[in-house]
Design a protein around this ligand. Structure first.
Ligand SMILES: Nc1ncnc2c1ncn2[C@@H]1O[C@H](COP(=O)(O)OP(=O)(O)OP(=O)(O)O)[C@@H](O)[C@H]1O
Length: 346
């Protein structure tokens, strides 16, 4: 894992050098639109069979990165390598190794699912029995076999997204680029899509998956790059990224009028373990990071129950009222907040 503070390293990330054959390798990509820097410096690599998440809020530069990766947009600087070869839009042979599911639907509404798949299959040079077999496989994977001969315009949003996905993997790409493929889909289609993505990766396809849905990225991605303002802020496996974060227990206490700052609510022996924060609504929040429990020193380890029992007793005896107990567990949203100072949904 690497958590970089700005400015990020210009050099190629260490993880890249370790892999011999990345299916997709982006190195120091940069893209500006007039005065706006959409992608400041993005480097990453995706191995065969890996699902790599690009996690960032709206406007972070995910789509621009994806569009450069698939040759739709030229980069101002940086390189794209596909299967070990330098990639440019002119390399039609290499383009066939890519499957792309753009954020906007790229299917023909007036055609049926089968006709859409046939159209895209032919674009990729598939013909005859092979094309028929792959269409049947794509319909099966996307759960659209029963509706194969209905026009796509009559499908639900989720079914259209599934068809969009099916069209991108018909030619069995080496690298599958997915740009927020679950936007606006119902939970059933979402689950179906995520399972299909995992299946495709298990067959050896390298998948790069852009999303601002933390839960999806946590669910399916092997590694993640956290991006904001066109930069990679952190990159690694999810356990490695979350390791520096710890779970924090928070006690929300309404203090008595005689002790509005809550200074006397905790027993003196345990008060140093807690951070105290007085909220605008008068509630005092006592935060206990778990790591502070393990260092019991000569007096022995302090367990959660060993600390909480006397603390809660003192709060009650001192006239405080326990209003709520929360636990903040490490997750990508918290990591993002710590790295950027704002949330993924800002
Ligand atoms: N063709 C363009 N012309 C001008 N600005 C653009 C263009 N494409 C993207 N941008 C800007 O570049 C920045 C990054 O956009 P991008 O679409 O790559 O972000 P994103 O992370 O994919 O966000 P979203 O999830 O909303 O798609 C944004 O500020 C966006 O407005």
């Amino acid at each position: 894992m690497s958590i970089a503070s700005a400015p990020p390293p210009k050099s190629v990330p260490a993880a890249i050098g370790r892999r011999t054959t990345a299916a997709l390798r982006l190195t120091n990509l940069r893209k500006t639109f007039g005065d706006l820097t959409a992608v400041a410096d993005v480097s990453l690599e995706v191995a065969p069979g890996e699902i790599f998440g690009l996690l960032g809020p709206n406007g972070a530069g995910k789509s621009t990165t994806m569009m450069i990766a698939c040759g739709v947009l030229p980069a101002d600087a940086g390189t794209v390598e596909l299967d070990g070869e330098p990639f440019s839009p002119q390399r039609r042979d290499l383009r066939r190794k890519l499957g792309v599911v753009p954020q906007e639907l790229a299917i023909y509404p007036e055609l049926t699912a089968r006709q859409n798949l046939r159209f895209f299959g032919k674009l990729y040079g598939l013909r005859g029995a092979d094309l028929d077999a792959r269409i049947a496989d794509a319909l099966d994977r996307t759960g659209l076999t029963n509706r194969a001969d209905d026009r796509a315009e009559h499908y639900s949003g989720g079914m259209k997204r599934r068809l969009n996905f099916g069209c991108a993997l018909l030619h069995r790409p080496t690298v599958l680029i997915l740009d927020e493929p679950t936007v606006g889909v119902d939970p059933q289609s979402r689950t179906h899509l995520l399972t299909s993505v995992k299946d495709v990766a298990a067959e050896g396809t390298a998948v790069i998956y852009a999303s601002h849905y933390m839960e999806e990225v946590e669910e399916i991605c092997d590694r993640v790059a956290v991006v904001d303002a066109g930069r990679v802020l952190a990159r690694g496996t999810i356990p490695d990224l979350l390791a520096p974060l710890e779970s924090v227990l928070r006690l929300h206490v309404r203090p008595p009028d005689s002790d509005r700052d809550g200074e006397r609510l905790l027993p003196a022996a345990f008060a140093p373990l807690f951070d105290r924060d007085l909220q605008a609504d008068g509630i005092v929040v006592f935060a206990l990071p778990r790591s502070r429990l393990s260092g019991g020193g000569a007096g022995g380890a302090q367990t959660l129950s060993g600390v909480l029992a006397p603390v809660l007793e003192q709060i009650r005896d001192a006239g405080g009222q326990l209003e709520a107990v929360h636990t903040d567990e490490p997750n990508l949203e918290r990591l993002f907040l710590e790295l950027t100072g704002h949330t993924l949904r800002d």
